[in-house]
Write a protein that binds this ligand. Structure first.
Ligand code: SAH
Ligand code: F3S
Length: 438
C-alpha cells in the first residue's frame, strides 16, 4: 500500500506557521506523511490569513486550482483552516462544493475528529464556532533548531483596522507552568531558540487568575539553566513596562531584537486607530529600550493610508521613521476589512494615493536599512546556524542575535551550531560572511 500523504499551504503570521505544525502533528498521528507537492496530497490543508485582502484573494485563486486537482482525484480531502475559514465559514463551503472541511483557528483541537468524520463519509464539515482549547496542543516541528511556543491566543484590544480579534477571539493566556514545561522539554531536546508567540505578547497573563506578568514569565524561562536564544513576538508599545525592559536586560537568553509595531507616526491617526500611544511616547520607548540594551535592533509594522490620513499626517509617519531608525519594517497599504471599525469610516484614501505614499516610505526605510547593514562590514558576529538557504540550498543561513539573516560561506556549518563569522558583504536583506581565517 502506498503511503497516504498530506500537504499544508500556509499564509500569514508566525502564529499560522505554528498552527500548521499542529495540523501536521494531527495528520502524522493519523498515518499521513508530508509531501512537498500539494497536487499529490490525499489531504490538502489551506491555513489562511485574513489580515489583508491580498492574502484572501490569493487563497481563492489557489483554491480554484485545488478544485481542478480534486476533479482528477475525487478522494482528495480539501480543508480550509485559519482566519479566512473563521471569517467566511459556511459561505465558503457553499461557494466551493469541493471543500470538505472549513475549520477556524479556535477549532483546531477538533481538527482530527473532523477529518475522521469526513473520511467516514459525512462531508462536508464546517467547524468555526469555538475559540477554545488550542493552547496546549503538540506540534510536529519543521525546524530542529528554533521552536515556536504560543503563550496566548486572541487579542483583547480592538485596533480600528484589525480583524484579528474577530477571527481569533479574545485574549486567552496559557498557564505559565505549561509554557515552562514545554520550553524545558524543547531545550532539553536540543532546540537552540525559543520564540514565544502571542498576538499581543506583553498582554500575556492579564486574563489569568491570579494575574501573571509577562516579565515574570520571561524571568522564569530565563531561569532554565541552558544555552538558548529567547525571543517573543509581537509586543504592544503601550504597556511595555519598565519591568519588561529590565527582564530583557537581565535575562541572558533574551536576544537583542524587538519587533515593535508602530502603525503610524501621527497622533491623530494613532488615536483613530485606537492604539493608545502618541508618536512621542513611541519614540521615548524606543530610546529607553536602546539605552537599556546595547546593540538592540528594532523592527516594526507600518500601515499607510488609514482612512482619513492626510498628506500632512503621512509626513509625520515619514518623520518618525527617519527619527526611529528601524532596522527593518513591514510596510503595508491599508486594506479595509469588513466588520472592523475602520472599514465603516468615511474618507477612505484612494488606492493610488496610498501606493504613492507607500513607495516613498519604503524608499526611505530601505535606505536606513541598507546603511544599518553596511555598518556590519568587517565585523565578527555570533550566528545561530538554522539550515540551508531557501534561495540557494547549497549554502547555509543563520541569524545574529539581533535577528539579521546571515548567509554563510566556506566550510560546512551544522544547523543548531553557534558560530562566529566575519561579515564580508552586506545587502538590503542581510549579511554574508565566513569563519574568520576560513
Ligand atoms: N498583533 C499582531 C498583529 C497582527 S497583524 C502581531 O502579532 O503582529 C500584523 C500586521 O498587519 C499589523 O501589525 C499591521 O501593521 C498589519 N495590518 C493589520 N490589519 C491591517 C489592515 N487592515 N490593513 C493593512 N495592514 C494591516
Ligand atoms: Fe490587531 Fe491591535 Fe490586537 S493590531 S491583534 S487588534 S493589538
Amino acid at each position: 500500500m502506498t503511503e497516504k500523504k498530506y500537504h499544508v499551504i500556509t499564509y500569514g503570521c508566525q502564529m499560522n506557521e505554528f498552527d500548521t505544525e499542529v495540523y501536521s502533528k494531527f495528520l502524522e498521528e493519523m498515518g499521513y506523511a508530508e509531501t512537498k507537492s500539494p497536487e499529490d496530497a490525499d489531504i490538502l490543508v489551506f491555513n489562511t490569513c485574513a489580515v489583508r485582502e491580498n492574502a484572501d484573494k490569493r487563497l481563492y485563486g489557489r483554491l480554484g486550482q485545488a478544485v481542478g486537482w480534486k476533479r482528477n482525484r475525487p478522494d482528495m480531502v480539501i480543508a480550509v483552516c485559519g482566519c479566512v475559514a473563521r471569517k467566511d465559514g459556511q459561505s465558503m463551503a457553499d461557494r466551493f462544493s469541493h471543500i470538505d472541511l472549513v475549520s477556524g483557528p479556535g477549532d483546531i483541537a477538533s481538527f482530527k475528529d473532523n477529518i475522521i468524520e469526513i473520511l467516514e463519509g459525512k462531508t462536508p464539515v464546517v467547524s468555526v464556532s469555538s475559540t477554545g482549547d488550542e493552547l496546549d496542543l503538540s506540534a510536529s516541528r519543521k525546524s530542529s533548531v528554533s521552536a515556536w511556543v504560543p503563550v496566548s491566543a486572541g487579542c483583547d484590544l480592538k485596533c480600528a483596522y484589525c480583524i484579528v480579534p474577530y477571527v481569533r477571539g479574545d485574549l486567552r493566556s496559557r498557564q505559565p507552568e505549561n509554557i515552562l514545561k514545554e520550553v524545558r522539554e524543547l531545550v532539553d531536546g536540543g532546540f537552540k531558540e525559543i520564540i514565544l508567540l502571542g498576538q499581543n505578547v506583553n498582554r500575556y497573563g492579564l486574563d489569568l487568575k491570579p494575574r501573571v506578568k509577562f516579565s515574570e514569565l520571561i524571568r522564569e524561562i530565563g531561569g532554565i539553566d541552558k544555552d538558548f536564544r529567547l525571543r517573543f513576538v509581537s509586543p504592544y508599545p503601550k504597556g511595555f513596562t519598565k519591568e519588561l525592559i529590565a527582564a530583557m536586560t537581565e535575562v541572558p537568553q533574551v536576544c537583542e531584537h524587538i519587533h515593535l509595531p508602530l502603525q503610524a507616526g501621527d497622533d491623530n491617526v494613532l488615536k483613530r486607530m485606537r492604539r493608545g500611544y502618541t508618536g512621542e511616547e513611541f519614540v521615548k520607548l524606543v530610546a529607553d529600550l536602546r539605552a537599556a540594551i546595547p546593540g538592540l535592533s528594532i523592527t516594526t509594522d507600518i500601515i499607510v493610508g488609514f482612512p482619513g490620513e492626510t498628506g500632512e499626517q503621512f509626513e509625520n509617519t515619514m518623520k518618525l521613521v527617519e527619527e526611529a531608525m528601524f532596522d527593518n519594517a513591514f510596510m503595508f497599504a491599508y486594506s479595509a476589512r469588513a466588520g472592523t471599525e475602520a472599514a465603516k469610516m468615511e474618507d477612505q484614501v484612494p488606492h493610488e494615493e496610498i501606493m504613492q505614499r507607500l513607495y516613498r516610505l519604503i524608499e526611505v526605510q530601505n535606505s536606513i536599512m541598507f546603511d544599518k547593514n553596511s555598518a556590519f562590514l568587517g565585523k565578527t558576529v555570533e550566528v545561530l546556524v538554522e539550515g540551508p538557504s531557501k534561495k540557494d540550498p547549497s549554502r547555509m543561513t543563520g541569524r545574529t542575535r539581533d535577528n539579521r539573516v546571515v548567509v554563510l560561506e566556506g566550510e560546512t556549518f551544522k544547523p543548531g551550531e553557534v558560530v562566529f563569522v566575519k561579515i564580508d558583504k552586506t545587502f538590503l536583506w542581510g549579511l554574508k560572511g565566513s569563519r574568520p581565517g576560513g
